[in-house]
Structure formats: structure tokens, C-alpha cells
Design a protein around this ligand. Structure first.
Ligand code: ACM
Ligand code: ZN
Length: 707
């Protein structure tokens, strides 16, 4: 009775206000494959709507209730299904579907039925319902109308994944859980967790405790892109086995399998720092402080090193129930093996010969990979390896993760391997997503806008339909050499993840980027709701102005009291008032760079003029040691010798939570008449939380305007 009254009241309220009523919109990401709506009276979700679950689906019901609470401000009551004829019903009916993970939503005026081929299918139906709901911001507890009809949906790829590297920069467990939440919202079912690297070992292994006691920490990190400068800040962390069990459970509840990766036999320097006898030279080694590919790898001729790798994999398999175990295999230089008596002895023992395609050391790597694959397969699991493992004679049972383009995947599919497509050309989310890299947080390089991700075709046309069957999935990777904070991981992932999701779930034949962007826009409301950081390039395409309006300072005589850094002087002071805006990177030639010294410019307006404002732009790129200005002073003079201060502004330092980019600074003051204007812009010293702490920050300034 109470419900009926509330319902009538709500309907009256909407009629009276003639306001657009909050309605579900099934145009979401990934786009459901079949949506057939009818003119029936909509179903209405209100605070007293219940979710009824069939046995085995209680957790899914609780998720739905929680999502509704997040979005609408009220949770739904969760009850076991006993044939009730109202509410939202969750059921599994395998016989209704052709494939796993499929679902159907039937919306009638009195009931919403979410039926899955399995619990995962029900979960994806719930995700679809969730993403269809409006987000009540101010008006909480509002009813929401669901247009009636039927939605049928199923995934194109059975393997839908994302990878994360918590090794280059450690990512705390709670943040990894948020990452898993992001994957769940995007119907992904595989989380590839890269747990070992040259720069840090992240998984507790009971048999080799030093791996985390020593190998999880490095005593410093190279500053910026690899050079000779290092900070001295200890960086690291690891996940205990208890924490990982908790994480595995957390992911499993969200129908996500965690694939652990132990990267072998290269990318092992952190392990060698703990157990130097496992390397060809015997060390000493340190947990690596620079980025790249270390030449020090596991000694393939040392039986102890091979047993170490098998032991680690066995402990990993004790912990992770994953049907897939990633054993790496990428970027393993062979220089140590070429010189190592033990490795050369092993090559002889195994009767390995090089040929025109591969060296004997390449085949030695195949020996390592095949041996590890055997250990993994002995326990009923399958190995995944990066596409380098094709260089030799890897066994056909290995799944190939194609990262150096799609070529490795194509070759592998032709040879009968199953393949996961993760090419750096389209799916490396550690690359820049805008060409205006000065406005981006520093990253490894590359250029991979959302459009390019969305355009990716995971099924190469050069493969026959039978060979294409071997492409079991699609994955994007996030490496963290230049990503030290989780907000930055999110920024790199979102919204490129939307495009990835479309490819994984739908692999659409026809692609309509504009329509896709509109659906992305809805997703940003979820990002905001959950406080996810995301990139906005596709929503506000930037039309960069290259010039500023001519102003009193434009192309007037200008001098600098202190020279810019030699590397960033270009045509000198004139760069500052040539009418061209500083754009692009700090080294684009359009910025003057100062380190320690202020930018202190005197402009001769050539005749007295009334002035009341000074403006300029400066660049912030914290990873590159470039901070915002700390202080701006404006002084004026009639004779060019005696100056008096007319304005002074202090600016707070940018924090890691703040965006990098190009920012305008403006100082306004009481109008004053003068011929000479001096603008003095100072920088900060790098703060304590910066790897270059103790050094002055750079400032990059351009286009001084006087109005
Ligand atoms: C890789 O990016 N080295 C797999
Ligand atoms: Zn060796």
C-alpha cells in the first residue's frame, strides 16, 4: 500500500513538473548486441523494489543493490527468489544460450528478468542495467523508469583482459582493487598481474624470502628518461600471500580471473640481487634503478636457477587458481649466455645448434620456456608467453601474447597457437593519448589516441577463418616506468578502456566513432561518481590557438636580466613576445626555460601607456622537473632605470594530485601609466615528494602579454 502511494505520488510529481523523467538508457559501453524495446508501460525502480536471486546468485544480487545505491541513493532489498511476480529477478538458464557469459534482460511493467548462461552472464546483465541507469546527483531516492523490451547480449571474445605492472612503481593493494572494479564495469574477465621485474619483485614467495625482503625495494630511481641522474629515494613494496588470496577472491567475486606473470628468464635482475648465484656472472647485482632491459638474466645453464624458476611457479600456482600462468619470455638479451661457460655447456649437452633463423642461445631460451611450460602443464594449467617465445621452438600448447604488433600473433595462429592480441601499436595504454605532450603527464612516449584503440581489428584478415579461431582474446597493457601514482594509471586507462571494451565484447564490424564518443560521455559520469581520474581529449577536442591577440607587449624591445638555460634559449628574449604561444613540449622552441634563475624580462612599450594586467603561460610537467611559477612580480618604470612594484602574486605549488599541462597566469592591478614593464617570474625548489628533491625546479614560460 505504502509503495502504491509512493508510486502514484512520484508519477504525479513528474506529471506536475513536466520534467524529463529519470529513465534508463541502454546505449552504453559495450553496446548490447540486441535491444528490442516496446511501447509497454516502463518498469519502475523505486526504493522498495526488491532483487530476487536464484540459488548461487546472492552475491550478484548484492552487487546490483550496491550499484543502485551508488547511483540512486537507495539500496534494494535482496531476497531469495520464490516465484515472486514483481521486482528484479536473477536467474541462470544455461539451456537458453549458445555460449558462456551471455545474458538476456526482459523488462516488463512488473518485472525485470536478468537471465544468464551462467553467473558471469548474470553479472554482465547487471553491469548493463547499472550502466543504463541515470545518476541521481542532487535528487536522491528518485524512481527510475526502465523502458520495456528485451536485451540479448554475449561477448565476442572469451578472453577480455587488461594488464598492470606494479613492479616499476608499486601499486598498493587497495588501488589494485579499484583497478579490478574498473575491469568489472567493463565486462572484462582477465586481469594480467605482472609481478616480477628488474626494478622490483612484488610477490611473497615463502621458499625464497629474500625476493621480497631485498628484491621488492630499490634504493633510487633514474630521473626522467634514462640518463645519469638518480634520486636516492627507496622505492618498493610487495603483496603478501594473504593479501593476494584476498585479491584473488575479490576479483573472483567480480568474475575476473587473475593471471600472475613471473617474467622469465629476462627481467630478473631484482631476483638476481637476492640470489646472485642464479645469474651467469654471479653478480653482485642490485634491484635495478633505471628503465629498460637488463642484460643480466637467469643463467639457463645453471640447474639451481631452473629449479628456482620452477619452485617460484609452483608457489604461484599454489596461490593462484588461474587456468593461465604467464611466464614472460620477452626481451631476454643473450649476451651473458653467449659468454657463460655453464650456458654454453648446456647448449652442447642439449645438442642445440643455431640455424639461419635463430641462434643457439635463442634455442636455449626455448629450452627454458618449454621446461617451465612443462612444470605449469603438469598441474593442469596453460602457459602464456610474450611473442618472443616464438623465436625458437616453443611448444604449440603455449598461448602467445602478441605485443610487438600483430605479426607475432599472426605467425602463432598459423602455427596453431592460441593468441591474445595486445599490440603496442594499438593497446599500450602507457603511451601518450594526445600530441600536445606538454600538456600531458610525462610518459614513456608513443602516441595512441582513443580513435586508434577503437579502430583496432583483432582478427587479421590475412588469417583464414580457422586460424582466426585461435585469436582467443584482446588485452591492453599498462607499464608503469613513468606512472608513479594510481591516479595516473586511471588517467592512462580511461577512456581508452571504453574503446578496448567495445573491441573485446563486440568487435564491431562497422565502427562509428562519434556515436561511441557519445556513449563514452555517459561513462564519465561513472568516473566522476567513483572519483576515477580520466583523460578528456575526446570530449573537448582542443583547438589550439597558436597566437595571442596583439597587445601592448607584442614584438616590442625586450631584454632579460638573466639568461635562460642555454639549451632552452632559442632566439632569445624575443620568443617571449613574438605573438606565438608556447605550445607543444618544453623543448618545442616556443618556450624559454629557466632553472634556479627567475625569468626577469623588461619590455619597452616605446611610449607611455595605461596598463592594468600582465598575462603569460607556463608549463607544468612534474615528472620532467618542471613546476608552476612560485611568484610573479610586475614592476613599472618611466625611464627604464628606476622601477616600482605594482603587483605581486604568490602561487601554490602543484601537487601530484594536480594535472600537468599548460596554464595561464594573470596578474591584475590598479591601472598605471608607464613606458617600461618588468615581469619577474620565479620558480620553486623541487618538493620533498619529488625524486629530484633538493634541486631547483624548472620553469618554462611563454608569451608575455601586457594589457
Ligand atoms: C613488453 O612490453 N615488454 C611485453
Ligand atoms: Zn649462464
Amino acid at each position: 500500500m505504502k509503495n502504491t502511494i509512493f508510486l502514484c505520488f512520484a508519477m504525479l510529481l513528474f506529471a506536475a513538473c513536466n520534467q524529463q523523467r529519470p529513465e534508463a538508457n541502454y546505449d552504453i559501453i559495450p553496446q548490447p548486441k540486441e535491444v528490442n524495446l516496446n511501447d509497454g508501460k516502463p518498469f519502475m525502480i523505486i526504493a522498495s523494489t526488491a532483487v530476487y536471486y536464484e540459488a548461487g546468485l546472492q552475491r550478484e544480487a548484492l552487487f546490483l543493490s550496491e550499484y543502485v545505491n551508488d547511483l540512486l541513493g537507495y539500496g534494494l532489498e535482496v531476497r531469495e527468489y520464490q516465484g515472486q511476480s514483481n521486482g528484479i529477478v536473477l536467474q541462470v538458464a544455461k539451456e537458453n544460450f549458445d555460449q558462456a557469459e551471455a545474458y538476456q534482460i526482459d523488462i516488463t511493467p512488473k518485472q525485470v528478468h536478468i537471465t544468464g548462461a551462467d553467473a558471469a552472464g548474470v553479472f554482465y546483465g547487471i553491469q548493463t542495467l547499472r550502466k543504463s541507469l541515470p545518476i541521481a546527483s542532487s535528487e536522491k531516492k528518485m524512481p527510475v523508469f526502465l523502458p520495456c523490451g528485451t536485451i540479448r547480449d554475449w561477448p565476442n571474445f572469451g578472453y577480455r583482459g587488461m594488464h598492470l605492472d606494479p613492479c616499476r612503481h608499486f601499486i598498493p593493494l587497495d588501488s589494485v582493487k579499484v583497478y579490478i572494479d574498473m575491469l568489472a564495469m567493463h565486462n572484462m574477465n582477465q586481469f594480467h598481474f605482472h609481478l616480477s621485474e628488474d626494478q622490483g619483485w612484488r610477490i611473497e614467495i615463502k621458499k625464497y624470502p629474500e625476493l621480497t625482503q631485498i628484491g621488492a625495494y630499490r634504493d633510487g630511481t633514474v630521473i626522467g628518461h634514462n640518463g645519469n641522474l638518480y634520486d636516492t629515494i627507496r622505492h618498493g613494496g610487495f603483496y603478501t600471500q594473504d593479501e593476494l588470496r584476498d585479491l584473488i577472491q575479490y576479483a573472483a567475486e567480480r568474475h575476473i580471473n587473475i593471471i600472475p606473470e613471473i617474467d622469465l628468464p629476462g627481467h630478473m635482475q631484482a631476483a638476481l640481487a637476492c640470489y646472485p648465484q642464479l645469474g651467469c656472472t654471479g653478480g653482485p647485482y642490485e634491484v635495478w634503478k633505471r628503465w629498460g632491459v637488463s642484460e643480466d638474466v637467469l643463467c639457463a645453464g645453471n640447474e639451481e636457477a631452473m629449479r628456482f624458476a620452477e619452485d617460484v611457479l609452483n608457489e604461484v600456482m599454489d596461490l593462484f587458481p588461474s587456468p593461465y600462468i604467464h611466464i614472460g619470455g620477452d626481451e631476454c638479451p643473450k649476451v651473458r649466455w653467449e659468454q657463460c661457460p655453464k650456458c654454453q655447456k648446456k647448449i652442447k649437452e642439449l645438442g642445440i645448434k643455431g640455424d639461419e633463423r635463430f641462434s643457439k642461445e635463442d634455442y636455449l631460451q626455448s629450452y627454458v620456456m618449454n621446461r617451465m611450460a612443462k612444470a605449469v602443464e603438469a598441474r593442469g594449467r596453460r602457459v602464456i608467453g610474450w611473442d618472443e617465445i616464438l623465436e625458437g621452438n616453443v611448444s604449440e600448447t603455449a598461448i602467445i601474447m602478441s605485443w610487438r604488433g600483430t605479426e607475432g600473433g599472426i605467425e602463432a595462429a598459423r602455427k596453431g597457437h592460441d593468441v591474445i592480441m595486445a599490440p603496442s601499436s594499438h593497446l599500450y595504454f602507457d603511451y601518450y593519448q594526445s600530441e600536445d605532450i606538454a600538456s600531458e603527464p610525462m610518459c614513456i612516449g608513443g602516441y595512441l589516441p582513443v580513435e586508434r584503440v577503437y579502430a583496432f581489428q583483432p582478427l587479421p584478415e590475412v588469417l583464414t577463418p580457422e586460424q582466426q579461431q585461435h585469436i582467443i582474446g584482446v588485452q591492453a597493457n599498462i607499464w608503469t616506468e613513468y606512472i608513479a601514482h594510481f591516479w595516473h594509471v586511471q588517467y592512462m586507462a580511461l577512456p581508452r578502456m571504453e574503446a578496448l571494451t567495445e573491441i573485446q565484447w563486440n568487435n564491431p564490424q562497422e565502427r562509428d566513432f562519434d556515436a561511441f564518443v557519445e556513449r563514452c560521455r555517459k561513462m564519465t559520469q561513472f568516473y566522476d561518481l567513483y572519483h576515477y581520474t580520466y583523460a578528456k581529449h575526446i570530449f573537448n577536442p582542443q583547438v589550439w590557438a597558436d597566437t595571442v591577440e596583439t597587445n601592448l607587449a607584442t614584438r616590442k624591445p625586450i631584454t632579460l636580466r638573466q639568461a635562460p638555460a642555454e639549451k632552452y634559449t632559442y632566439e632569445g628574449a624575443g620568443v617571449l613576445n613574438d605573438g606565438n604561444l608556447g605550445r607543444g613540449a618544453y623543448n618545442s622552441g616556443k618556450w624559454l626555460g629557466f632553472c634556479g634563475d627567475p625569468m626577469d624580462a623588461v619590455i619597452d612599450l616605446e611610449q607611455p601607456a595605461a596598463i592594468k594586467q600582465v598575462r603569460f603561460h607556463a608549463l607544468t610537467n612534474k615528472g620532467a622537473w618542471i613546476y608552476n611559477p612560485s611568484q610573479v612580480k610586475v614592476l613599472v618604470s618611466d625611464d627604464g632605470e628606476n622601477f616600482r612594484e605594482v603587483a605581486h602574486k604568490d602561487i601554490p605549488i602543484s601537487t601530484w594530485e594536480d594535472r600537468d599541462g599548460i596554464f595561464a597566469y594573470e596578474v591584475a592591478f590598479e591601472p598605471v601609466t608607464a613606458r617600461f614593464v618588468e615581469v619577474c617570474v620565479r620558480g620553486f625548489d623541487l618538493p620533498e615528494d619529488h625524486s629530484g628533491y633538493g634541486n631547483p625546479a624548472w620553469i618554462f614560460v611563454d608569451e608575455l602579454e601586457v594589457n
